[in-house]
Design a protein around this ligand. Structure first.
Ligand code: SF4
Ligand code: SF4
Length: 390
């Protein structure tokens, strides 16, 4: 049932022509008011120091705090007001629900924000269509999918210029959509996080926190809970495998493009060339990271997250796994009759990944980085409340 306070706020917002709060925003505001009186979890992560700089929470502040939260779960396991207490404080779950809402709210173009809510199905459709499309194109241009005579060359199946003309626009659109979405988020956050521009030290701190996944260490370096009260660093480690694996694969692709156009050295590349070294190491790292994250996610305490976002989380992990597994299989099976089949599978997985990138789990990294940067800026300004510590 809605609280009297929430109903009063909605009536006041409507009277002033402002946006009415969602149930998830109202719930995070309620929990933050209680946490702000308690402050037991102040040392766990960036959320609580940011919270102590405020006495009231507007919509933009709530979006900021939700994206600062890394969903480590530590504050739920520490909380004396967690369910079944009547206060029913469950910060990780409330933040996860609101975070999911913000991805859709800030999506560009706005009409596609709805895809976040149906991301599992979107991803399955994109993957099926992409693989089917490449299979059909390969049959149309080369005949049977199984057979030799291709000399281990991908470009005997699909010419290089065709692949570039397909993948480059999709990837650039994904970058544009994510960029415009996070720009809207940033513009809304900036006035409520001191309004100051990002300085070099703040940017360096944010980059450091992102690259180290600082807030998955539980605030004490021992990690965060997963399926029980025990701390584990494995979520952080598997995230690192995934993140750096993905980055290495992207770098390998960028280097391959440079080799092709600048040095007239077309793919495929073999060891010990740099694109192959990066691609192989990145693919293997992605494989390990996503397999580990899948296992941890399946065993995770359901109270930590938003059940409605499970298909998005698991779908993204599975798609990254398929992308890396098919890439490594393509490398190992390049000289076999399975080349065309493996190539279609890999290209389909990469295409589905690029198409769904701005409307799925990938967004969490972009929005969280922006929130961490605003936090690094804000904490360098005098505390407007003058209570608590940074
Ligand atoms: S999560 Fe619970 S223990 Fe932690 S600050 Fe909030 S109310 Fe206090
Ligand atoms: S779940 Fe972890 S990151 Fe999120 S607010 Fe709680 S302690 Fe902070």
């Amino acid at each position: 049932m809605r609280s009297l306070e929430a109903l009063t706020r909605e009536a006041s917002a409507l009277a002033q022509g402002q946006a009415v709060w969602s149930a998830d925003e109202t719930e995070v505001a309620r929990q933050m008011q209680i946490c702000n009186g308690c402050r037991y979890c102040e040392g766990f992560c960036a959320v609580f120091p940011a919270m102590t700089r405020r006495l009231v929470f507007g919509q933009a502040e709530l979006h900021y705090l939700a994206n600062l939260c890394h969903n480590c779960g530590a504050c739920l396991h520490a909380c004396q007001y967690a369910p079944p207490h009547e206060f029913a404080i469950n910060v990780p779950q409330a933040m996860a629900r609101l975070r999911g809402q913000t991805y859709g709210d800030y999506a560009w173009p706005p009409a596609l924000g709805a895809l976040y809510r149906r991301n599992g199905a979107t991803l399955a459709v994109a993957l099926t269509l992409a693989i089917a499309g490449f299979l059909a194109a390969a049959v149309a241009s080369n005949g049977p999918l199984w057979g030799g005579g291709l000399g281990g060359s991908f470009y005997a199946v699909f010419p290089h210029h065709l692949l570039v003309s397909l993948f480059a626009p999709v990837f650039l659109f994904a970058v544009l959509a994510l960029g415009l979405g996070v720009r809207r988020f940033w513009r809304e956050l900036r006035p409520v996080t001191s309004g100051q521009p990002a300085s070099a030290p703040a940017a360096a701190e944010a980059v450091h926190d992102v690259l180290r996944l600082k807030y998955l260490d539980g605030g004490h370096g021992q990690g965060c809970p997963n399926e029980d009260d025990a701390y584990t660093l494995w979520r952080r480690r598997f995230h690192h495998f995934t993140f750096y694996g993905f980055a290495a694969c992207l770098l390998a692709t960028a280097l391959g493009t440079l080799y092709h156009y600048a040095f007239d050295l077309p793919a495929p590349y073999d060891l010990p060339s740099l694109p192959k070294l990066l691609g192989a190491a990145g693919g293997f790292s992605l494989l390990v990271g996503t397999a580990g994250l899948w296992r941890l996610n399946r065993r995770r305490d359901p109270q930590h997250g938003d059940a409605a976002q499970k298909p998005m989380d698991l779908g993204f992990i599975a798609l990254l796994f398929l992308t890396s597994a098919s890439g490594l299989a393509l490398w190992l099976g390049r000289s076999t009759p399975a080349l065309a089949l493996l190539l279609c599978l890999h290209l389909g997985a990469v295409m589905a990944l690029f198409v769904t990138l701005p409307y799925g789990k990938f967004a969490h990294g972009v929005f969280r980085t922006a929130a961490l940067l605003r936090h690094a800026v804000e904490k360098r300004q005098p505390n407007p409340v003058g209570l608590g510590s940074d």
